[in-house]
Write a protein that binds this ligand. Structure first.
Ligand code: FES
Length: 128
């Protein structure tokens, strides 16, 4: 069996939503100390709906595929639903990742959580 599913290869070779959102409402950056990979997520949110999402990933094929899939999964979703996105959901949507590559999907979950947390904090600050 091939190490990577066709979906992983597809999202690695043609990742969706790569880039930067200059006026993002939430930005999250996370890294994995062991492998050194870094992922940054940008969210544009309008009335609690994620209207746009972009990412920059400096990392392995699985990390790029996971970022791409994760952005596709949360685009158009409500903030509270995006908060529930798990790395398992990302890995499943990619038709699985090799066990030693599951941490790459964890990075995607964490980057989205970090961007949503940044959004939440900005909202709080705007209320003050
Ligand atoms: Fe670390 Fe993929 S090897 S994110």
């Amino acid at each position: 069996m091939a190490l990577y599913s066709e979906k992983v290869m597809e999202h690695f070779l043609q990742p969706q939503n790569v880039g930067v959102i200059e006026d993002a409402d939430g930005v999250g950056e996370v890294g994995n100390a062991k492998c050194g990979d870094i992922m940054k997520m940008y969210l544009k949110i309008d009335r609690d709906i994620i209207t746009d999402v972009k990412f920059e990933t400096f990392g392995c094929a699985s990390a790029i595929a996971s970022s791409s899939m994760a952005t596709e999964l949360i685009k158009g979703q409500r903030v509270e639903d995006a908060m529930k996105l798990t790395n398992q959901a990302v890995a499943e949507a990619l038709d699985g990742l090799p066990p030693h590559k599951l941490h790459c999907s964890v990075l995607a979950e964490e980057a989205i959580q970090a961007a949503l947390e940044d959004y939440r904090q900005k909202q709080e600050r705007n209320k003050e």
